[in-house]
Every structure is written in C-alpha cells, then in structure tokens.
Design a protein around this ligand. Structure first.
Ligand code: FAD
Length: 514
C-alpha cells in the first residue's frame, strides 16, 4: 500500500514536515500527496481575497509538487468529508499522515471525517510552528499569569537570537529584552515610504476568483483588487522587499497610522505565513541576516520589534488558542451586548479613522496592528459590542484571518472578554491616541479633544463611558486605577453630560448616523 500525506489548505509548505521529507527522499518510495478543495469552505463568511488566496495557493502548490516529481491527487468536493470519501473510494487511499491542524476544532472534524471515509490517520506535529507544545507546557507550569513578554524571552534565549555571551551568561543584545518604548513614533510630514511589491493576478488567481465567487455569497471585499502572494516564490519576493526596504523603519513607526501610506513599514507577511508559504523560522532568520549585514542602517529596535512579533506574539497566541479556544467561544466578562454597527461593513461613518480602515479592508483585506487594535477593536470595545460578534467580523474581513489567530487577538486581547487571561488591562484609548499616532483626525468631522456635544469624538466620549460602566469590574486592576480615579474626581455635571452624549453615540452608531 502506497503511503499518503494529506496537505491541509493552510499547510502549503515544502520546507518542513512530511512534504519536505517526501521531496528529500527516494522518489520511488515517495508518498502520494492528497489535497481536498472543499466547496463548503468557499461559502464561509470570509474576505473574498482570503478565499481566493487559499484556493489559488493550494492549486499552485499542487502543481509545483507535481513539477518536482511527486504524485499529487487534488479533489474538489462539496466538503472535506465527501472529498475524503472520494479519495478513499476512487484512489483507494487507506491511510494518511497529516501535520496537526492549527486549530483543535479542525482536528476533531478531520478525525471524524477520515474515520467515516475508512482512512487511518497518523497525526504528526505541525512543523510550521517554531515552538513545541512541550516547550509551552514547561513555560506554563506553575505560572499564575500568561504574559507574552516572558514567553518571548524564553524562546529568544532558546534560539539564541539577538543574544550575546557575557561572563555571566547570555544577555539580550543591547542589554534590554524589549525596546517597544522606542517604537511609538508618529510618521513625520513628507516622510518617504517605499512602495510594497505587487503581485498581479496570475491565471490561477483569476480561475480561483471565477470558481469561488458563486459560492462566496457572504464574502466581504473586492476580488478584483487582489494583490497577495500565492506561491512560495512570490512570498519570498515579499520577504526580500521587506528586508531590503522596510525593516529598518519597522520599529520606530510600528504604531504609526497614515492616510497617505496604507502599509507604512509593515511586512505584509502574515497571509504568507498563515498559508504555510513561508515558515516563521525562515522569516526571522532572513530578517536577522539583514540586520547583521547592515547593523548601522537597521536599528536594534526594528529587528527586535519584528522578531518579537513572530516568536513572541504569533507563537504565544497560537499556544494560548490551543488552551483557551473553548472558553473564548462564549467569554463575555464585561457583559457586552451591543450589536456591531453596520458601518463596520460599509465604512459609511463620519469617523475618519474607522471609515478609512474599513474601506482599506474592502480593497486590500489588510490593516496593520494598531488599526486593528486601537481603531476597530477599541471602538467595538468602547461601544460594548458582543465579543463573539466582533470575533466573527474580524474572521470575515481580513486576508490573514484564521480562528487560531483571530480569536486570541480579538476576544482575549482586543475585547478583554476573559478579563485578562493573556493581557493585563483592556486596550482602550480616546481620540487623542488616534490623533497622536496618525493624521486621520485632520480630516474628521469629530474633534478628539472634546467629549460632549455633536462634534465630540465618539472614541473620547465612549472612553469615559467605558471607565464609568466598568469601574467596579476593573477597580482592582492596578493598571486602571489612574483612569478610574480621574473619572471619580470629575464634577457630577460633567459626568452627566458625558453619559448623555454616550447614550446619543450608541443611538447614532446603531442608526447609521455616527
Ligand atoms: P507585521 O506588523 O509586519 O508583523 C510581523 C508578523 O508578526 C506578522 O506578519 C504576524 O505574523 C506576526 N504578528 C504580529 N502581531 C501578532 C499578533 N498579535 N498575533 C499573531 N501574529 C502577530 N494576525 C493574523 O495573522 N491574522 C489575523 O486575522 C489577525 N487578526 C488580528 C485582530 C486583532 C484585533 C489584532 C489586534 C491583531 C490581529 N492580528 C492578526 C495580529 C497582527 O495585527 C497581524 O498579524 C499583522 O497586522 C499582520 O500584518 P503584517 O504581516 O504586516 O505584520
């Protein structure tokens, strides 16, 4: 019986895992590669470009493996279940190896589907992750709080990345683990920002658009504007461009926002990593190599900040999802019940920041971290939207969205719905923050400096409303004390006016007039 390797749609790697082993071994003994294109996945509410990139990248991956001598059987079927049955019946697949899916719920579904098809499943660790579950369990052992920073330090020390030897042992290069305090600069007027590479729609992308569109009835976004890597070659090109042109400024302007420069100095590599086209390890190693080559041009704060996003946040969020995904399905510690306003889909609001980011999402499927956290997530949190609705919306509207990365970032980090499993306080800010970090407020109907009246920035009003509403729940949080005391010290008449404007903002948000 010939062995088979099942490749899942977000495991398109020939660098690590069973496919890499098949390519490296004796071609006569190589396993068959099996893949299922499931049409029910095309009907999921997702950004149209996310659906298209997954389909096109899967097909291009299959054809590249065929070109390198492997036998690839790719079936298109109504669902994963029916696809596996087809593989079992038509191609007599009886046994297959798969890398562990990124989300536990996918593993449960996969196990049931292969069992129903009469296929024996051999699950091996997912080699796309930089860190193992064993390393995570050791890290968790005896810890009361899960904080990214401590995980990050551990992974960095284990890897020896940005570490230097001293007589007292290995230390972080430059003496500090985390240089985030240097990474909060606003983009100066007239600053030059390099263009990002373009990935014109290939014939596979055009075919994927044609195939997926009839099923993608609930899909958000513009398929015609598709401009993302769908092959390893393109993903490597994106990585090269980032290292050559944008890594140096990544750190200082990581949190900046700009109406002129939609991507600033961000890498735009999340969708490539989330599909498996690039491994996080090679991304980090390539960036480190660039920094070693040009240490004067690339400041430590940039390389440190970039590496932290990947070995810190990305890996941390995945492990946390494996542990908490079931809790986060219903977590709503702040008891938020408001509906997500319609302008999250249309972009039709007088709030310049929210409108700009939603319109950018329709076009590109991408917004950078601060736009996700401090514009969209912040507004939803301050408005008191149900966290699972916010989660569903983020899953629907981004090129790089998959449950393992959306839910920890949205439910736990951005919406603080579990009251702090992985973060120490809610990420909230009034309009002054948006004004400080970008230039949206210059074009806005609202004024970030005021909290009452028709022109008051909704973020500024809702910020104080949030503190007011949750003073009790957050009262014991040492990082919220200053704000809670500031609110408590306000005059009764001021509080009354902010509460009244807050109610008005809620009404306007739901009626579409905000
Ligand atoms: P860069 O700014 O260049 O960062 C480099 C890489 O670091 C990213 O490509 C990404 O792989 C990783 N990274 C950075 N922060 C995180 C994080 N918090 N969690 C996981 N990985 C991180 N990331 C996704 O990949 N998919 C999502 O659907 C997603 N949804 C998010 C929703 C919210 C509310 C928030 C606050 C964050 C979300 N993130 C998500 C994390 C992060 O915002 C994106 O990874 C990043 O903006 C992608 O753009 P980039 O590749 O240019 O990243």
């Amino acid at each position: 019986m010939r062995r088979a390797v099942l490749v899942l749609p977000d495991q398109l790697t020939d660098q690590v895992g069973p496919v890499a082993e098949a390519l490296a071994g004796d071609s006569n003994k190589a396993p068959q590669i099996i893949m299922v294109e499931a049409r029910d996945a095309w009907a999921l509410p997702r950004h149209i470009q996310a659906l298209v990139s997954q389909v096109a990248a899967g097909r291009e991956f299959a054809s590249s493996l065929r070109g390198r001598g492997l036998t690839v059987i790719q079936v298109t079927s109504d669902s994963l279940e029916s696809g596996l049955q087809q593989l079992a019946k038509t191609y007599t697949i009886k046994q297959c190896t798969v890398m562990e899916p990124a989300s536990p719920e996918d593993l449960t579904r996969l196990r049931a589907a292969v069992a129903a098809a009469g296929i024996e499943l051999n699950v091996v660790p997912n080699a796309l992750w930089l860190t193992s579950r064993t390393a995570w369990d050791e890290f968790r052992e005896g810890r009361r709080e899960l904080r990214m920073e401590f995980w990050y330090r551990r992974v960095r020390a284990d890897r020896g990345w940005l570490m230097e030897s001293t007589p007292k042992g290995a230390k972080p290069v430059g003496g500090e683990w985390n240089l985030d305090h240097d990474n909060r600069q606003r983009l100066p007027k007239g600053a030059k920002v390099p263009a990002v590479p373009n990935f014109p729609r290939s014939k596979e992308v055009l075919a994927a658009i044609k195939d997926v569109t009839p099923y993608a009835v609930r899909a958000f976004g513009d398929a015609e504007a598709f401009d993302w890597p769908t092959t390893r070659v393109e993903a490597l090109e994106a990585l090269e461009h980032f290292c050559a042109d944008r890594l140096a400024e990544f750190g200082p302007y990581e949190d900046a926002m700009s109406t002129d420069h939609q991507h600033l100095f961000h890498s735009l590599l999340s969708s490539s990593m989330n599909l498996g086209l690039l491994t996080p390890e090679e991304v980090c190693e390539r960036a480190l190599k660039e920094w070693k080559k040009r240490p004067k041009a690339i400041p430590l704060q940039s390389i440190e900040g970039f590496i932290r996003q990947i070995i810190g946040w990305r890996e941390f969020m995945h492990h946390a999802y494996m542990d908490y995904w079931e809790t986060w399905r219903t977590a709503n510690g702040l008891q938020h019940t408001a509906a997500l306003p319609q302008f999250f889909w249309t972009g039709e609001t007088k709030m310049a920041c929210v409108s700009r980011v939603v319109n950018k999402l329709k076009r590109t499927g991408h917004a950078h971290h601060i736009e996700r956290l401090m514009v969209l997530g912040n507004f939803a949190l301050l408005l008191g939207v149900n966290p699972q609705q916010v989660d569903a919306w983020f899953l629907e509207t981004f090129i790089d969205a998959l449950p393992w990365v959306v839910t920890p970032n949205v439910v736990a980090m951005s919406q603080f719905a579990d009251l702090g499993t992985i973060t120490s306080k809610p990420y909230i800010a009034g309009g002054a923050y948006v004004s400080r970090m970008g230039d949206d407020c210059g074009n806005c109907f609202y004024d970030p400096k005021i909290t009452v009246g028709d022109r008051a920035c909704p973020l500024s009003t809702l910020y104080w409303n949030f503190i007011d509403r949750h003073a009790k729940a957050l009262g014991k949080n040492p990082r919220m004390g200053t704000q809670i005391r500031a609110w408590a010290g306000r005059e009764a008449s001021v509080k009354k006016a902010i509460r009244a404007r807050g109610s008005e903002v809620h009404r306007l948000a739901q009626s579409g007039e905000l």
